[in-house]
Every structure is written in structure tokens, then in C-alpha cells.
Design a protein around this ligand. Structure first.
Ligand code: GTP
Ligand code: MG
Length: 196
């Protein structure tokens, strides 16, 4: 007997290497913060989050942010209804890089993909290079919402995913995407290797 594939809303994480994308996912899905190396290729995980008191299943895609591994392309973004654009609050450069990441997600993900700007590592206040006003101004220029998080303390981690999902659901969620993807259709889970 084959079980019916579970439909998940696809959300991708984008942003430079070491900004904290994988730790956000680890905190959300395992409630842990632990030392991990750079992400290799593409990793997919899933989680149910509460949106407007309803359970919404999210399929979360993560990849390596290193410039030389910018092999992420069509398959990574295809069908994504939401994106968390992550920068490190202790690195202004990582905020500046998001402009090209956001352009890429807008051109390759589902039409009207919902993006939330995430300032990561807000536990490192003394090392901060980007102040809230600067981040808010960038968010306004890209017409996206902004939230500050810490995977280390857990601050606002679930809230960031819930925020992007609220926006996705408000846009019609899976119902509007012909490209929605079921977990069973992701080849070689949990890890896909880059071909670059
Ligand atoms: N203090 C602090 N450190 C963090 C936080 N999140 C991540 N880090 C650290 O930042 C480094 C990079 O975190 P990752 O989550 O692996 O970064 P990434 O964006 O997935 O990096 P790539 O996989 O290379 O693209 C690690 O040393 C983490 O321990 C946080 O909220 N607070
Ligand atoms: Mg990673």
C-alpha cells in the first residue's frame, strides 16, 4: 500500500556562508544549537508550524552560501512559495549580498514568492555591525518584512518561519502553486550533492 504524499509549502533559505541558515533550521526542527560544518549541496527538512492557529507543513530547503558553490539554481528555487533571506547582524557585507540573492529568488521561485529578511545572531549585540534602522531600511527598499533572531538562544526562530508562512498562506498557499512539491518527490533526501 502506498501512502498519499504529504503536501508541504516550500521555503528556501538564502544568504552568504556562515550567516547562520543551517542553525536556524536546526533550532526550529531539533531545538538544538550545535557545531556543524558548511552545508554540502542541498539539504531538505520539514516541520509543522502554527499559522493563525492552524497547522501548516513547511518543507525547508537549505544550501551552501559560499560564492564558489553558488551552484544553487533552478531546482533549488523551483516552486518555493517563501524565502528567508538571512544575514549576520555582525556582518554588513552579508546584508549587502542579499540584494543579489533576493533578485535570484524573485526570478526563479514561484511568482510572488514571499520573502522575509532575517537578521541572525542577535545574541551577539556587542559585535553588531548592522543596526535595526539600517536593516529596516533595506527591508523597506525590498518591500519585505524584517525580524531579528538568534539560533543560539532560540529568540524569534519559530516566529521567523511563522511570519513567512503567514504571508504565504495569505497569498493562497499551496493552492496557487502548480509547482508545489511533495516530500516524496525530493530525490535522494536528505542530501543532494552539488554538481558544480
Ligand atoms: N552566536 C551565534 N552564532 C551563531 C548563530 N547561528 C549560527 N551561529 C554560528 O555561525 C556559524 C555558521 O552557522 P551556519 O548555520 O552553519 O551558517 P550557514 O549560513 O548555514 O553557512 P553555510 O552552510 O556555509 O552556507 C557557526 O559557527 C554557528 O555556530 C547564532 O544565532 N548566534
Ligand atoms: Mg549551512
Amino acid at each position: 500500500m502506498t501512502s498519499k504524499p504529504v503536501e508541504h509549502h516550500k521555503v528556501v533559505l538564502i544568504g552568504d556562508s556562515t550567516v547562520g541558515k543551517t542553525q536556524l533550521i536546526t533550532r526550529l526542527t531539533k531545538n538544538r544549537f550545535d557545531a556543524q560544518g558548511r552545508t554540502q549541496g542541498i539539504e531538505v527538512s520539514s516541520k509543522t508550524v502554527s499559522v493563525n492557529k492552524a497547522d501548516v507543513k513547511v518543507q525547508i530547503w537549505d544550501t551552501c552560501g559560499q560564492e564558489q558553490y553558488r551552484c544553487v539554481s533552478a531546482p533549488y528555487f523551483r516552486g518555493a512559495l517563501g524565502a528567508l533571506a538571512v544575514f549576520d547582524l555582525t556582518s554588513r557585507k552579508s546584508l549587502q549580498s542579499l540584494q543579489s540573492w533576493i533578485e535570484e529568488v524573485r526570478s526563479k521561485a514561484a511568482p510572488n514568492v514571499q520573502i522575509v529578511l532575517v537578521g541572525a545572531k542577535d545574541d551577539l549585540q556587542t559585535e553588531r555591525q548592522v543596526n535595526p534602522a539600517e536593516a529596516q531600511s533595506f527591508a523597506a527598499s525590498e518591500a519585505v518584512d524584517y525580524i531579528e533572531t538568534s539560533a543560539r538562544t532560540g529568540h524569534n526562530v519559530e516566529a521567523a518561519f511563522a511570519l513567512v508562512m503567514r504571508k504565504v498562506v495569505a497569498e493562497g498557499g499551496l493552492g496557487r502553486s502548480l509547482n508545489s512539491i511533495s516530500l516524496s518527490s525530493v530525490p535522494n533526501r536528505p542530501k543532494l550533492k552539488c554538481k558544480c
